[in-house]
Each structure stands twice: as C-alpha cells, then as structure tokens.
Ligand binder design. Structure first.
Ligand code: GLO
Ligand code: MG
Length: 344
C-alpha cells in the first residue's frame, strides 16, 4: 500500500508477447515466475488470476491435483508478500466453448463451463481469495437469431447460482463488456451486471467489476459506470485502462488517451473512498512496438498516472468548485478543472 491508501493489481496476461490478430509475437514470453518478480519491482500488491494462470492445464488434472497446485502457489505468493485479488474462469479457449460457455446451446458446453467454474472456486479458496470475476467473453452471439437472449440471461443466473451454492464464502463480480470477441454480448454494461446479480439466489454476494475501456466501447462514461456500481455498493473491482474510441479493445495505459476522462474516474473513486473497498486493478497491454526490455512501462506508467491523478483530486479547490456549481457556471468549472490538471 502507498501513502494514498491504494493497493494495486494486474494480471500475468498484462505482461505479454505482443501478438495481434494480424501478426505473431514480437517479444519473447516470460515465465510465470519471472512475471511474479515484476510485482514488487513495479510497486504492486496483488495478482489477478485466470484459473489456468494459477494452475496451468487444469482440464487435465483431477480436482485434488488442482487444489494441491494452488496451495503451492499460495506459499509462493506469501513468500513474495503478494495476495490474489481475483480468480476468473477462462472459459473462452476450449473447443467446447466456441459458441459460448454458460449460454451455449450445447448442454455439454454448459456442463463443462459449470464444472470448470467449480475448479476456479477451489483455486480461489486455496489462494485465500473469495472474489471470482466473470468476464463473459463468449456469452453473446454473432447472429441474433442463433440463441434465445432471454433464456441466456436465465442461464447466466443459473450458472452463478451453482457457483454461489458450491461455496458459501465466494463473491462474484461480473465484468461487463459490450462486444469482442462476440459481436453483441448479453451483459454489456454495469447496469446489466448489477441486475443479473439480483436474479441469483444470493444478490448480496454478487457485484461488479468495471473496466474503463469496456465502458468506452459501450459508448458510456467509465466514471459514471463506476459511480453506478458505487451507488449500489457493488463496485468490488476495477480494470483501469484507456481506449481510443470505438475500435478494437486497446487496453492502453490508464489516462494515456483521455486525461480528463481518467481524472473523472479517479475523482469518483477517491471521493467515494474506493481505497477502503477494493484494489485498483489495471488491465493494460504494452504496445506491440515496445521492445522486450521496456515492455513493463505500461504498468508502471498507469500506476504513476493514477497516483498523480489522486494528488490532483485531493488538491482540488473544493470551495471554488462548489461556487461554480452553485452559480451554475459550468464554463468556469471547466476552466477550473483544466487549469488544475495543467498545474496552472
Ligand atoms: C478482456 C477482459 C479480460 C478480463 C480478464 C479477467 O477484454 O478485460 O482481460 O479482464 O480475462 O477476467
Ligand atoms: Mg478486464
């Protein structure tokens, strides 16, 4: 934890080889152990895991072997002073889940997804972590007529019920995203994610993870998406990053595209004391052009930009701000914010 009271996390996939749909890797892969070493060096406190980041090849292992491997990892994390922030089932790579996992038309795919989610929960449990994240990658369609979208929502709630019943300690945070890899996703926004939780058997254990880029892709303001979650006491994690308009999911460094938008996210998080509620997760990717020896800067930069913005938020002249608001002089408020961001 730093002097501002925040804890930070990222996932091992945020240190990566730079492949994109049009070209092969441009940097050598780093082993998981090497990635773990980066956390302390870069000033991070916690690790975001996919289930198979924690226990590779888990589909080939027995439930007992999976728990054993996760326990060994927990010891390694302890020795590095790290904790697991979240564990997420990676349900989008298996041949069975080509057309969705929990919402696939194929009962075998749905059964696989539910079984795999139980293993994810076992892993989280062994890592001393009770927050499961569902990024619903393939829960949507390329073709609207191919699935019953209302039934799909029931199926998502049923799958969550199954997870909630399997382990009474876990909480689930849904990470909405409107598209990619599917054309149209079933749970595109914070509102959908929060509402889905209320369809389950344990709404109090269902919450939300807001990713900045996903909100932008939905044509929404990330700060307002976070605020919605805060108002419901459901904002249990965030994936801060940035996004240049309605394109592919870019996962740019936080604040690097639109500084004002980043400031507004930090403003809402800090004013609502998010540091007492959760960890600041980053979900950022290094540009493909970055050379291997400088391919961690997107992480260090994002963390630094966040803390710089916390400093800007806490040094805002709230009295002057309030005067602008009371006079309804929003041009003056605009000037005040920009001047403050520019250090004037
Ligand atoms: C992709 C998502 C992805 C998730 C991760 C954790 O667009 O942001 O990175 O955050 O798989 O569930
Ligand atoms: Mg994310």
């Amino acid at each position: 934890m730093n002097k501002y009271g925040y804890r930070f996390s990222f996932g091992p996939w945020n240190i990566h080889e730079g492949a994109d749909p049009f070209g092969p890797p441009v940097r050598p892969g780093l082993s998981f152990d090497k990635k773990l070493e980066a956390y302390q060096r870069l000033g991070f406190d916690a690790v975001q895991f996919h289930d198979d980041d924690a226990v590779p090849n888990l589909d080939d292992k027995t439930p007992e072997q999976i728990v054993q491997a996760a326990r060994a990892l927990k010891q390694r994390l302890d020795s590095l002073g790290l904790v697991a922030e979240i564990v997420a089932p990676r349900l989008w790579e298996h041949p069975l889940t080509v057309d969705g996992a929990y919402t696939s038309n194929d009962p075998k795919a749905r059964a696989y997804a539910r079984e795999r989610s139980r293993r994810t929960i076992d892993i989280a449990d062994a890592l001393g972590c009770n927050l499961i994240v569902l990024w619903l990658a393939r829960e949507g369609t390329y073709l609207r007529e191919a699935k019953d979208a209302a039934r799909a929502v029931d199926r998502l709630a049923e799958a969550m019920d199954d997870m909630l019943a399997y382990n009474p300690n876990i909480r689930i945070a849904v990470e909405p995203k409107p598209n990619e890899p599917m054309d149209i996703a079933y749970i595109p926004t914070a509102g959908h994610a929060v509402a889905l939780g209320y369809k389950t058997r344990a709404p109090e254990r269902c919450g939300l993870l807001v990713e900045s880029a996903h909100a932008v892709l939905a044509g929404l303001d990330p700060a307002d998406e976070m605020a919605f979650g805060l108002a419901y006491n459901k904002l249990w994690s965030v994936h801060l990053n940035d996004q240049n308009g309605l394109k592919y999911d870019q996962d740019r460094a936080f604040g690097a595209v639109n500084l004002r938008r980043a400031f507004d996210q930090v403003l809402v998080l800090d004013d609502h004391r998010y540091y007492e509620r959760g960890v600041v997760g980053l979900d950022v990717k290094a540009m493909r052009t970055q050379q291997a020896d400088v391919a961690e800067k997107h992480l260090a930069n994002s963390l630094q930009f966040f803390l710089w913005l916390v400093e800007r938020v806490r040094s805002l002249d709230r009295g002057a701000m309030q005067q602008c608001i009371e006079a309804r002089d929003y041009e003056e408020l605009d000037h005040l914010i920009i001047a403050h961001l520019m250090g004037k």
